[in-house]
Structures are given as C-alpha cells and as structure tokens.
Design a protein around this ligand. Structure first.
Ligand code: UDP
Ligand code: MG
Length: 305
C-alpha cells in the first residue's frame, strides 16, 4: 500500500482537483493507496472539503492541526500516521506531477533504491529575484554545510518503510527537510522535471519567509558561521596589533603625532559591527538550542479521521 501525504494550507480550490488527478493515476497504477491530508491551520474551507472527501472515500484520512505549524510539521504529522509499505509526500497544488509516481514507485519497489526524490530543472514562471536568491542559497549551502543539498530538490518524495522509520527517529524541532533527507543517507534515485505552475490558490511563501527559511537551514546544518565569526575576530586582532606597532615605531622614529579622529571613529564602528555580527551568529545558535531544549511537540492535532 502507498500512503500519500499532502500538507494543505488554504487549499480549498486545489484539493478536489488534486484528488481527481490522483485517483486517475492510481486507477492506472492498480495499487492500493491511502490519502493523508494534513490541514495545517487553514483559514478557508480546506477542512470541510477534506471532511467531505473523507466521508465518501474510506481511503481518505485527514489530520487537522490546532494552528499553522508550517509545512515541515504538517508533513511530519502525516508521516507519523502513514501505514503503507511506501509513503509519498506531495503538495496539494499539482506542482508535483502525479504522473511521476509510477516510475518512482517502480524504482523503490524494485528494492534497488530506498527513496525516490524529485528535482526541478527549471524555475519557469517564478519571479526572477526569487530564482536568483534560490540559486545563491544553494551555493552558500554548498560552501557551508558538510552534507550535499541537491539544487532544486522538492519535498515530493517517495520512500520505503525503512527510510520512513529512519526519518521518524529524528526528533529535532528545527526540521529543515532539504538537509535532513541527504543527512539520512540511503540510496536515492532522482527524477527531474520542469517547473509546473500551481493550479489554484497562491503560494504561501513570501520572499522574506524564504530568506528566513534559508537562514534556518544554514544554522541547522552547519556550524561554519561560528567558525567564521572566530576567524574574523582573530584577523581583526592581528590587524590591530600590526597597526599599533606601526604607530609606535613612527612616533619614536619621527615623532609624528597621530592625527584625525575620523579614522578612529571608522575603526571603532567597523569593530563594533563585527562584534555585533558575531554575537548575532552566536545568538542564532543559542535560539535554536533553546527551542530544541524545550522539547515542545512539532505539531498538535485538533481533529483527525
Ligand atoms: N503548506 C502547508 N503549511 C504551510 C505552508 C504551505 O501545509 O505553512 C503546504 C501548501 O498547502 C502546499 C505545500 O505546502 O500544499 C507547498 O506550498 P506552496 O505551494 O505554497 O509552496 P511553493 O510550491 O510555492 O514552494
Ligand atoms: Mg506549490
């Protein structure tokens, strides 16, 4: 059996279309499947749409979270509920083509791979500035983190039970799945596809959301920023020592008084900037540690079926 996990935030318009398409695909595939829709604190009629579908079709289950916990938490809630031999996570907006599922399932069911991942090879239809920063993000991640984060990898993934069980052993609150999946290891087969624009509704990610998400990712999967802060400190220390020696020698040899306070102010500003930056970096890691230490659940369920 295949468990299909779909996080939904304000997707009342997309869910019926998605469900229809999936049924068509499943009929061709001739496989047993269960749907697990996760309503991530939607403000529209998503929940009633889900209730309606679940009423008619006993293969459809839904989980309604107590508020919006974010896509990562919603996917986790669905994965915890999955009973199938295989599980697939996908978006409700048809940006993850159901037509890829048969090939993905074949790859994983053959036993050769544990997981089938997908990546977008184009970003057609996406605002230029977003694509630009997305590319920069992958470049920075490559530089900073020890794990390999695949450019354009989507959350559209099909996995077997062993992979799913391994995934569920990770207890962290700061779940950055783009990093968690490669961290897990296992054998992954990649499928590529062109970007598809969403069928209905609109994206939940603003530019700023994405920017914060990328900072989270860096903090979650790399401690290099901490090292960079230390190296900056050491470099500045060396520069200041050399300058002191230079000024003292100049004073002794030529009796040249040091003039100009503008330069002094610049240096003070520069150094306090670097200090604040380093304290900020440290703070980011502390904040993440704080959320982990509190051990709050990743999500809370209000209603499920
Ligand atoms: N989503 C969610 N919780 C959130 C944000 C998004 O469950 O806080 C769901 C959303 O309903 C959709 C999927 O995650 O099914 C991907 O979201 P979206 O299409 O907005 O992202 P994009 O495809 O633009 O990256
Ligand atoms: Mg989408």
């Amino acid at each position: 059996m295949l468990s299909i996990i779909v996080p939904c935030l304000n997707e009342e318009a997309s869910i019926p279309l998605f469900y229809e398409e999936m049924l068509k695909m499943l009929a061709q595939l001739n496989a047993q499947a269960e749907f697990i829709f996760v309503d991530d604190g939607s403000k529209d009629n998503t929940l009633s749409v889900l209730r309606e579908i679940a009423e008619k079709d006993e293969c459809v289950h839904y989980i309604s979270l107590s508020r919006n916990f974010g896509k990562e938490a919603a996917m986790l809630a669905g994965l915890h509920k999955a009973c199938g031999q295989f599980a697939v996570t996908m978006d409700a907006d048809m940006q993850d083509p159901p037509s890829l599922i048969p090939q993905m399932l074949e790859a994983v069911a053959s036993g050769e791979y544990d997981c089938a991942g997908t990546r977008r090879v184009s970003r057609k239809g996406e605002p230029f500035i977003r694509s630009f920063f997305a590319r920069r993000f992958y470049a920075v991640m490559k530089l900073f983190s020890d794990i390999e984060i695949v450019d354009g990898a989507r959350d559209f993934r099909l996995m077997n039970k062993a992979y799913l069980d391994a995934l569920l052993t990770l207890q962290e609150r700061n779940r950055f799945s783009k990093g968690i999946f490669p961290w897990l290891g296992f054998k992954t087969k990649w499928f590529e596809y062109e970007n598809v624009e969403r069928t209905a509704g609109h994206t939940k990610w603003s530019f700023w959301n994405l920017l914060w998400y990328s900072f989270d990712g860096i903090v979650a999967f790399s401690s290099k920023p901490l090292a960079i802060a230390s190296i900056l400190g050491i470099l500045l220390f060396l520069v200041s020592i050399s300058l002191i020696i230079f000024i003292v020698v100049r004073k002794i040899m030529w009796g040249d008084p040091v003039d100009g306070w503008a330069s002094t102010i610049c240096i003070i500003l520069f150094c306090s900037g670097v200090q604040l930056f380093s304290v900020g970096v440290l703070g980011q890691y502390m904040a993440k540690t704080y959320t982990e230490v509190k051990c709050r659940p990743n999500y809370l369920i209000r209603e499920q079926q």
